[in-house]
Design a protein around this ligand. Structure first.
Ligand SMILES: O=P(O)(O)OC[C@H]1O[C@H](O[C@H]2O[C@H](CO)[C@@H](O)[C@H](O)[C@H]2O)[C@H](O)[C@@H](O)[C@@H]1O
Length: 844
């Protein structure tokens, strides 16, 4: 049965209002249609019977149904499918001269899937489509259009009708192919929306599927490492204009750039000579075939880094939004360096960027729906989230779309079971609140007293198996704790994303007192006055700069939770590593331990002058002792030299510049496996060490940028610029807050001129780094691989202690490995990927 309930994808009121305003301003191109147009009822016709039936004499009048035109449209289900055969970088290194290290450093790709001779792309596409229909709870019979976005169809005339057949759509809905290479899916989305708005279609399946592996030269190491095969699909359904989830588009092509990326018809020697009887000698023509993919990687990289951010900014502008309204950046998955560079240009923090490139490589038109589907099914992308998506590739073609996802609600109804925290944060949970959800929900306006009693109740009941009773309602303790944590999470979310908690409390207390379920639309989009691009940019930066050292206040001030309470609640999720010491040791059991330590904020307290961040003698001794028992490395944002100077211990390994400068032990095959790794006799250590410097070619660039930064910021009082060899740090801790915009502007200007650099945030510090996929997490992986006696990584338990955002990359690696312990040093609750906490350096 078709889903027409509109339960899906809550509309975002202020955002829509602004978007509609835009609609009313423009009728053409990339913004769908004008407001006036939306209001019009137009009757149009759509064939719902097959060509065969019509040919057999079916009455045209019967086959044409009047439809209401100019509806909204929304994404209500997604699905994906991949071939069984996985090819790793190591597999490729057996057929071409390459290595895992070489490929992953340059592209971010580790694996890809490849269709085997027995598999078919059409089947893969049909499978993805079936899953999207399942999630959307729409019958194949209710599909009235299938768009197959592909450049590699299995039939010259297009694969879409075959997919329609495989799905068993009874009404013979229109099915056709769209060829726009890696931009195909975005174009498919736009086409679906146009068909729905202007053509009266209801359920349009948009499929992105490609098998570029069939067009790859498997002897060309420059291209064969990049591509993989896959299929992804979404169901776009018509809805009321109010619920519209496709806000704006921006689409382009440039035939002149085709030379940089192509798979053209193989040249045949055409002989135009005329025969004696007047016939042309080369007639009849010979069957043709396509050549393999040819690509000028450098040019494609430049094109993507230049055009994609512009396109997204343009689409955002048309939708009346800016980057701060975007929950997720979902780019065509071509190369991690492109993804990073575009994200940096758009000032989108890494944690809001979706990437699954590592597992699948570049799957052309499939990459966006595949990544979207994974993100929705994993619960990462939630209902109502706003996504900026962009495709780019051969043609050249590129384009972007700003869409709202509604999938989470439907996923809930199909296969995906959200965590309780997600449920609490999901608007749909308010339709049927569980008692504890309801309690948390309705308590928010009066948070202080009940939270204190819940916490007290929790403490009283620790160790007892009896349920906890608050206000006469019994709760499962575990659920309650999770809910309370969610409440805190939500409070912090609210205060950083939504209206002031005070406004929210007033608004919602009325409703909850009236007994009505709360609407659960937490997100308020702030309409910003039109600003110059530069203004918008550095304003986003300022927010990030301000939040780079969060205080506890944002969690607490408006909802009446004291900072101690919120820290205690937070510690329920991230328990003290000291109190959990026995547990950690038990878990480590008889495996080897490797210790990784961040420096600033972990081993030394944060001080105003970076040159005076010394470790205490006690700490130095403690680290020395640890290193006596376990392999120990310092992983710091500072340069290797600087960090060695500060720590002063020879028995450690050092990874400076956020892991881009590693002085490690020489292990077997180290330099074979890591192309950027050289062996040298280090003067400081007087012994053979392996040096890994994956960003070595950026050295002159960083030097140059450092000098420019020093020069350009010399008038800003309190600023300090440090050269950390592979990155430059710009400290604004001692700069008056009114001058922070100047700091941001100076740093931002660097990005304009150096597209191969990106910026990350630390504690009151901005760091300019090379746009390479290398961070503290990669450093840990490298060290674990390389430490002598540690060849069997699985037998090693890594422990990582760190305090700032750059350490999250390391925590993520431990989390992804499924073993090891991340310990966050923080005296305030923070979102983290660590598992344990320590309050400050004294606890370390
Ligand atoms: O990775 P880390 O070892 O934690 O290094 C990160 C940054 O640490 C230093 O800056 C921080 O500590 C300073 C001294 O306490 C403090 O003044 C500054 O505000 C902090 O951001 C170092 O100076 C940076 O270069 C590192 O990137």
């Amino acid at each position: 049965m078709a889903n027409a309930s509109g339960l899906w994808g809550p509309s975002v009121p202020s955002l829509r209002r602004r978007a509609e305003f835009q609609h009313s301003m423009s009728m053409h191109g990339s913004v769908f249609c004008s407001r006036e147009f939306i209001a019009k009822r137009v009757v149009c016709f759509s064939t719902t019977q097959g060509a065969e039936k019509q040919a057999l004499g079916g009455s045209p009048a019967e086959s044409r149904l009047p439809r209401l035109v100019s509806r909204g449209c929304k994404l209500i289900g997604s699905g994906s499918a991949i071939p069984a055969l996985q090819i790793s970088n190591d597999d490729l290194s057996k057929i071409v001269d390459t290595s895992d290290e070489w490929i992953s450093v340059r592209t971010g790709i580790h694996n890809r899937r490849v269709l085997s001779a027995k598999e078919s792309l059409t089947n893969l596409a049909a499978e993805a489509a079936r899953k999207a229909l399942e999630m959307a709870q729409v019958d194949a019979d209710d599909v009235d259009m299938v768009l197959m976005c592909s450049s590699t169809p299995e039939d010259l005339f297009g694969s879409a009708p075959q997919i329609q057949k495989a799905l068993g759509c009874k009404g013979n809905p229109l099915a056709y192919d769209i060829t726009a290479a890696c931009s195909g899916f975005v174009l498919g989305l736009v086409s679906a929306a146009c068909h729905i708005r202007g053509g009266g279609f209801n359920n349009v399946l948009v499929i992105g599927a490609d098998s570029l592996s069939r067009y790859v030269d498997w002897t060309d190491r420059g291209t064969c490492i990049l591509f993989g095969d896959a299929a992804g699909a979404v169901l776009v359904q018509s809805c009321d204009a109010e619920e519209d989830g496709l806000f704006a588009f921006d689409l382009h092509s440039d035939g002149d750039g085709q030379r940089h990326l192509k798979a053209s018809i193989k040249e045949s020697k055409i002989d135009h000579a005329v025969g004696t009887n007047g016939s042309i000698l080369d007639f009849p023509p010979k069957p043709i075939s396509y050549s393999c993919i040819e690509m000028n990687g450098k040019e494609v990289f430049r094109f993507a880094c230049r055009c994609v951010p512009q396109s997204i900014e343009s689409a955002l502008g048309k939708a009346g939004l800016d980057g701060s309204n975007i929950d997720w950046l979902l780019l065509h998955q071509a190369n991690q360096r492109i993804i990073d560079a575009v994200a940096t240009r758009l000032e989108m923090p890494q944690e809001r960027v979706i990437s699954n490139l590592a597992n699948y490589g570049n799957t052309s038109a499939a990459s966006i729906p595949l990544a979207l589907d994974e993100a929705v099914r994993s619960g990462k992308v939630k209902s109502g989230d706003v996504i900026a998506t962009a495709g780019f590739g051969a043609g050249l073609t590129w384009g972007s779309a700003i869409i709202s996802n509604g999938s989470a609600a439907l996923v809930e109804r199909s296969t995906y079971s959200p965590t309780r925290q997600e449920a609490l944060l999901s608007p749909s949970s308010f339709l049927s609140p569980s008692p504890s959800l309801f309690l948390c929900n309705s308590l928010l306006p009066y948070a202080e007293a009940p939270i204190a009693s819940i916490y007290q109740g929790y403490q009283n009941s620790q160790g007892s198996s009896s349920p906890l009773t608050v206000f006469g309602v019994s709760f499962n303790l575990q659920h309650l704790i999770e809910d309370v944590l969610s409440l805190i999470h939500r409070a912090s979310y609210l205060s950083s994303h939504g209206p002031s908690a005070q406004q929210w409390k007033q608004e919602n207390s009325k409703q909850s007192l009236a007994g009505a379920p709360l609407p659960g639309k937490y997100k308020a989009f702030h309409q910003k006055k039109p600003e110059r691009l530069e203004d918008v940019r550095y304003n986003g930066w300022l927010d990030a700069m301000k939040s780079s050292s969060p205080t506890c206040a944002y969690l607490t001030k408006d909802v009446g939770i004291t900072s101690d309470d919120s820290y205690s609640f937070w510690m329920l999720k991230y328990p003290s590593a000291i109190k959990s010491f026995e547990q950690i040791m038990d878990l480590a059991h008889d495996r080897k331990i490797a210790v990784f330590l961040d420096y600033d904020g972990t081993l030394s307290p944060i001080v105003d002058d970076p040159d005076c961040a010394f470790m205490s003698e006690e700490m130095q001794l403690a680290v020395k002792n640890i290193a006596y028992y376990f392999p120990t490395a310092i992983i710091s944002g500072r340069s290797c030299d600087k960090i060695y100077e500060l720590v002063g211990l020879d028995e450690l390994y050092y990874a400076g510049s956020h892991g881009m400068d590693i002085m490690g032990p020489v292990s077997s095959n180290l330099s074979n496996h890591h192309l950027k790794c050289v062996e040298s006799t280090d003067q400081q250590f007087g012994e053979d060490v392996g040096l890994l410097q994956p960003a070595r070619e950026f050295l002159p660039m960083i030097d140059e940028v450092f000098r420019i930064l020093v020069e350009n910021t010399k008038d800003i009082k309190g600023i300090k610029v440090e050269n950390h060899k592979f990155c430059a740090s710009i400290h604004y801790r001692n700069v008056d807050e009114k001058d922070w915009p100047r700091v941001a502007q100076c740093v931002l200007a660097i990005l304009e001129d150096y597209p191969h650099l990106k910026i990350t945030h630390g504690r009151k510090v901005l760091e300019v780094r090379p746009v390479i996929d290398w961070n503290k997490g990669n450093a840990i992986e490298f060290l674990l691989d390389s430490l002598s006696g540690m060849d069997n990584c699985a037998g090693v338990v890594p422990i990582y202690v760190g305090d700032d955002r750059t350490d999250e990359d390391a925590f993520k690696v431990l989390q992804a490995r499924g073993y090891g312990f991340g310990i966050l040093v923080s005296s305030v609750p923070k979102e983290t990927n660590a598992s344990y906490s320590l309050r400050d350096t004294s606890e370390v």
